[in-house]
Design a protein around this ligand. Structure first.
Ligand code: NAP
Length: 288
């Protein structure tokens, strides 16, 4: 008698596609944009400061213009020369802060090395800090006070909730501690009652840490850095990375172990943009 081996059928992981929930969020903004535009005689307006010609920064800025245009948000790219000094950028930011027709001011990352990016983020008026990157906005987030939340982090949490992924009481590992992504996402996960570990370039034993985490957020900035065989069977994997060629920070073979994961592109990116546009509308409404 030939006994056939039982076949183990592995379910395909849930794809945490950010495009559909981002579309829903954006659709809900349209009546607010129309009401604001009717009442004030101008559309909500975002200024994106682009310093130098970094191709990825240019692409991200253009995606913001396109997404805003679809909804009726005016997005103006303020392009500054790649040789600009910190003072040059600060002068433009102060001008935009004072311009009553501009509701949100967003500095596109990265800026050239001679520009003090933190000083620029911190010069954006807190009422116009729609990227949530300023020290005051980050401090408010740390304390759980109302304010603009860093958009990638906010987008990740909204993506998880859109797909009904439970966060409370789960062990979450954030790989990366940058003020733009890693730290704010860790703070939001903490607010959502996850048990959060944050690691960085000096953390030892990363594969083991990943292996015991139920939720992994990769914000490392290195293509395919997180290996598929580090991931615990059934973990939820969020890949915030985006590199030329459409590579993320996580090895795509993570699909073989994860129960849910974000595609790259089309996962975190569209949610980040939707959060930014939502912040522009909120800034416009509160400016009146
Ligand atoms: P970043 O400022 O370069 O920060 C990278 C972080 O990863 C740092 O905290 C660094 O640790 C840590 N790291 C580096 N090597 C490591 C290692 N070997 N082991 C563990 N940690 C390590 O990058 P970022 O701005 O946070 O961006 C992270 C990723 O998110 C990038 O791929 C970026 O393109 C992407 N991103 C995506 C969006 C989106 O909307 N999807 C938005 C923004 C950024 P140290 O602090 O010790 O240096």
């Amino acid at each position: 008698v030939v006994q056939s081996k039982p076949t183990v059928v592995r379910q395909l992981p849930l794809l945490l596609d950010g495009r559909a929930p981002a579309r829903d969020i954006e659709a809900a903004l349209v009546p607010r944009i129309e009401a604001f535009s009717r009442a004030s005689g101008r559309p909500p307006t975002l200024a994106v400061l682009l310093v130098g010609g970094d191709p990825l920064a240019e692409r991200h800025a253009q995606l913001k213009v396109n997404a805003g245009a679809r909804l009726g948000i005016r997005t103006e790219i303020v392009a500054l020369d790649g040789n600009s000094s910190t003072a040059d950028v600060l002068v433009r930011i102060v001008r935009l802060n004072r311009d009553p027709r501009v509701d949100g001011v967003f500095l596109q990352h990265p800026v050239p090395p001679q520009v003090d990016e933190r000083a620029c983020f911190d010069t954006v008026a807190v009422s116009k800090d729609v990227g949530g990157d300023g020290t005051l906005s980050l401090g408010r987030l740390a304390l759980g006070d109302p304010g603009f939340v860093a958009t990638t982090a906010a987008g990740i949490l909204r993506l998880l909730s859109a797909y009904g992924v439970e966060v409370a009481s789960r062990s979450a590992l954030v790989i990366g501690r940058s003020p733009m992504v890693g730290k704010p996402v860790a703070l939001l996960l903490l607010q959502a009652h996850a048990t959060v570990t944050v690691c960085h370039s000096r953390s030892g034993g990363l594969p083991a840490l990943v292996g015991k985490s139920e939720l992994v957020v990769a914000a490392v900035g290195k293509p395919h850095f997180v290996k598929a065989d580090w991931i615990a069977e059934g973990a939820v994997v969020i890949d915030a990375g985006y590199h030329p060629g459409g590579m993320g920070d996580v090895d795509p073979r993570a699909t073989e172990r994860a129960s849910a994961l974000t595609p790259v592109p089309g996962g975190v990116g569209p949610m980040t943009r939707a959060m930014l546009l939502g912040n522009v509308v909120a800034a416009a409404e509160s400016a009146g």
